[in-house]
Design a protein around this ligand. Sequence first.
Ligand code: ADP
Ligand code: MG
Length: 409
Amino acid sequence: MTSPQWLDSWTADDGAARVRTLFAEAFGADGDPDGVWSAPGRVNLIGEHTDYNAGLALPVALPHRTYVALRSRTDDVVRLASAQAPGTTWETTLGEVGPGATTGWGAYVAGVAWALREAGHTVTGFDAVVDSCVPFGAGLSSSAALECAVAVALDSVHDLGLGADDAGRAELTAACVRAENEIAGAPTGGMDQAASLRCSAGHALLLDCRPGLSALESGRRVPFDLVPAGLTLLVVDTRAEHALVDGQYAARRAACERAAALLGVENLRAIDPADLDATMARLADAEDGAMLQARVRHVVTEIARTAEFAELVQGGRLAEVGPLMNASHDSLRDDYEVSARELDLVVDVARAHGALGARMTGGGFGGSAIALVRAADVDAVVAAVDGAFADARLTAPGFLLSPPSQPAG
Ligand code: ADP
Ligand code: MG
């Protein structure tokens, strides 16, 4: 038997040293970077597939971050290198960046500059390098970590002043969302970027995704203090290949939009959980009625669970949230149909070995699961999950601990 694989985070000094070294190798002939910035991946405690339904989500920032060393240029050229794309540089000019015109990982970076320009800010080209300890494609939002690290870097070198307060960070969030949706072409809902830019250490961020809310109304910090409660947030990267993710994600969004149109509401947030039975009845005769009912049932109950979770945590009743996490997972598995065998395995084994609650996190079809575990039980849960993956002949999972950490900066 091998020992469990822990995916450790880097210290800020280590992350900065890595990108400074990489910058010197890639672009050092023309001088030093203007500075180093970084942004975290995120893990969502509850509120899944709710962001694009104007609902609630409750992410925390991971201690795992993406680091960027960046030097502003006077022209429009963008030159990039990443430790995660070794041996190549990615180049474009900002004038060439646009929806459908930009491919490759640099789209997440150049897209942010494009979106800031679209919002009326003056942004020039730049040379930048990237290195990251956020697991890739694990549902922990390495894409948002990359965008948000670049956003705070450009904010800083161009003195935009947006990083200084929560309202400005909400603007940076919007730019990163546009970069991901319109330039990278991933139709994600906005939770990831808000989490990376607006979370804070020791807190979760209660995100209200209704359109038109002010920054203050759209994000509220909720104390999420695990240590005094004797609890640990364990994250398990299942390393499951998530085939078909993009198409499935878009299909879920489309089903929600179709259901909202049939119900005559602007979005599914508008449905009162108390009216769920009546709502189900109204969808019964629609084409694919049973499928639409299940999708709507997930979204409406998940938003209610998220509100309840936040209220418990706010009231210092952290140890009572487990059943809400379990119900969230079951709803994502059965009604929203976005779980995967590996995610279900983590959840089942963690629950059986004493986790207070466990659920998949992120978009699903692979990626990561989380478990709320008493500190004294962590080793037993990790060993049990690792053993269960070995028994099932699955790729060994990666384990992370996630104390709620600092935002982009
Ligand atoms: P997740 O956000 O869950 O990790 P995504 O598929 O949304 O998964 O984003 C992963 C993609 O983001 C990668 O395929 C790559 O294009 C880009 N990316 C993220 N971090 C980096 C990095 N450090 N260097 C280069 N590309 C990155
Ligand atoms: Mg992503």
